[in-house]
Design a protein around this ligand. Structure first.
Ligand code: WT7
Length: 566
């Protein structure tokens, strides 16, 4: 492994200054992270290097050098300024994975805006909640998704501009503007917004157990951690061809699908196409991908198609494989060795941590099933669930706790400081996951400490689903829980009680499933609906989701004495 050397030594002698010095972060008073993702690479004489190769679902390709990234991100920045948008305005990206999605991310940051990426498969309710919370001023979208915005536009007084990329010929509506990256005027020079290191940069929405999704707010200085973790944990260098399969609607797709690779001057490839193992292997072979960052659900899907599908291709280009988002089961690590001749390395982090915090470091011995050890600069322990005191006995399960202060850590939840403060106990940031640590310092993930559903590496909040279910005309009461699934780890299962006059049949089930898919997203869509007369509740009337979940997982139900019925 090229970039990193011995883990122990790196951990012991680490200081974030190492990253700042390599990046020259802050030179000439420049802290805007977008500069370090393109302009700086050009200034170093690598403007002609390929930054980005994009392949669409029909196999069409587009290529962008670092110089192109620099110019086109200026195009976006200038365009936004000319539209009257100001620093710290929230500007949402709501597009499928087209090149404009990646480049506009840098453009928004260049003019000082706060970039709010949202997964383009979100339906109107999911979109509305997040735009309303952020007080979003402008949104980039495409023809394909604009109608979802039209349906909620009246309820969003702050949303001044809807910018439609590749709008086509059909007329647009009031305050919608058509935009083409290629045809827009190219500013000779663009003066980047002089962000200070603590200036807000990215707002990523993430789901919790209760309440609405929360906007984890990051700052420009996050790049200090994203750059060095991409270099050391993902082991990417300018010589690599790197593929991150995540969508920039999620934090992996921005921290390691934009900032990490481009600040390292690497070439990254993007495939804007649905999953198929044959397509993925062809893509790796064709572009000679060397470093591949993906999720356990994708690995399990590949496993289903077997090693024969792998052997039809020459994948000897692959040098380093890393996984994120859900527990990487030992079987997947073992299978990957058989299929690709190398194991997948696990990495653990969150929207809130902004960068990898625990990982199987390249060069370190992997224990299949373990997430690895804290990244240099990160102090991670497990604490007791009740007292939040550090647990010192190896093998004992506790809550993962991090010492605050690494550069990519979120600085608050947007408009919700109270929730942010509640994440800290006795000076530790509590991740909300359970794990043990063995006598060699390896972390072994156990599960989440809340009711959030992790489906295919995407977190879905039960509260958001339940609220949407209650909007359905037939439903009076609802609960959403994760149910085990061999590929996606968990899928959503909904329990619903019906209003009088509605019949629990297959048609109604389908109608409810579609209702959620349309309002929220295909991820939040229940795979199963169970019709019940009523839901188990505590004496105070709170629905006991945990009990329903435990049943799905075949776990002990425990004390039911506070239940309403039975
Ligand atoms: C949650 C964070 C990490 C960026 C993408 C997801 C779960 C994440 C692992 C892992 C087991 C993992 C945790 C975490 N998770 N990585 N390697 N092993 N679980 O970001 O949407 O904020 O989700 O994903 O539960 O808290 P996110």
């Amino acid at each position: 492994m090229g970039n990193i050397g011995s883990y122990e030594e790196k951990y012991k002698n680490f200081n974030w200054k190492i990253s700042e010095q390599e990046l020259e972060y802050g030179k000439d008073g420049m802290y805007n992270l977008a500069y370090y993702c393109c302009d700086r690479i050009c200034e170093k004489g690598n403007g002609e290097k390929l930054a980005f190769l994009w392949e669409g679902f029909k196999g069409e390709e587009k290529k962008f050098t670092y110089q192109d990234l620099s110019v086109y991100s200026n195009v976006f920045a200038k365009y936004l300024q000319d539209l009257g948008l100001k620093p710290e305005d929230r500007i949402c990206l709501f597009m499928e994975r087209i090149p404009e999605l990646f480049i506009s991310f840098l453009g928004v940051l260049k003019m000082g805006g706060i970039v709010q990426p949202l997964f383009s498969a979100f339906g109107e309710d999911a979109l509305f909640t997040r735009l309303e919370d952020a007080g979003t001023k402008a949104i980039f979208t495409t023809r394909k998704h604009v109608r979802k915005i039209r349906r909620i536009r009246d309820k969003l007084p702050d949303l001044a501009k809807v910018i439609v990329v590749n709008a086509g010929d059909k007329p647009l509506e009031k305050d919608e503007v058509a935009f083409s990256m290629e045809d827009a005027p190219k500013p000779e020079n663009f003066e980047l917004y002089k962000a200070n290191p603590e200036a807000p940069s990215v707002l990523h929405y993430t789901s919790g157990t209760t309440g609405k999704p929360k906007g984890a707010q990051h700052v420009h200085a996050s790049i200090i951690a994203q750059y060095i973790t991409a270099k050391w944990a993902l082991d990417i260098s300018p010589d690599d061809i790197y593929w991150c399969t995540a969508d920039p609607g999620w934090v992996t797709g921005t921290s390691y699908g934009i900032i990490g690779p481009w600040s390292n001057g690497t070439t990254q490839v993007i495939l804007d196409s649905g999953f198929s193992s044959a397509k993925w292997y062809q893509f790796i072979e064709k572009h000679k991908i060397t470093v591949w960052y993906t999720a356990p659900t994708a690995i399990r899907l590949l496993m289903k198609d077997g090693t024969d599908a792998v052997k039809k291709h020459d994948l000897s280009c692959l040098r380093h494989l890393i996984s994120v988002g859900e527990p990487l089961n030992a079987e997947a690590v073992i299978w990957s060795k058989e299929a690709f001749g190398k194991p997948f390395y696990d990495s653990y982090w969150q929207t809130e941590t902004g960068a990898i915090v625990i990982t199987n470091y390249p060069g370190m011995e992997i224990k299949p099933g373990s997430m690895g050890k804290p990244f240099p600069g990160i102090k991670a322990i497990v604490v007791d669930q009740k007292t939040f005191e550090p647990i010192t006995t190896p093998g004992t399960v506790g809550l993962i706790a991090l010492q605050p202060g690494w550069p990519a850590m979120f600085r608050t939840y947007w408009n919700n400081k109270e929730m942010y403060d509640s994440k800290f106990k006795k000076g530790w940031y509590i991740c909300g996951d359970r794990s043990s640590i063995d006598d060699e310092g390896y972390f072994w993930f156990v599960g989440r400490d809340d009711d959030v559903i992790n489906t295919g590496g995407h977190l879905v909040g039960p509260f958001e689903i339940e609220s949407a279910l209650l909007e359905h005309e037939a439903i009076v009461e609802s609960a959403a829980v994760g149910k085990p699934d061999p590929v996606n780890m968990e899928v959503v299962k909904a329990f619903v009680a019906l209003k009088p006059g509605f019949k629990p049949d297959a048609d109604l089930e389908l109608s409810i499933i579609n209702f959620i898919r349309k309002k929220l997203s295909p991820l939040a869509m229940p795979q199963e609906i169970e019709f019940v007369k009523s839901l188990p509740k505590t004496r105070s009337g709170k629905i006991m989701r945990r009990l329903l979940r435990a049943k799905e997982w075949g776990e002990e139900i425990g004390d039911t004495s506070t239940l309403e019925d039975d």
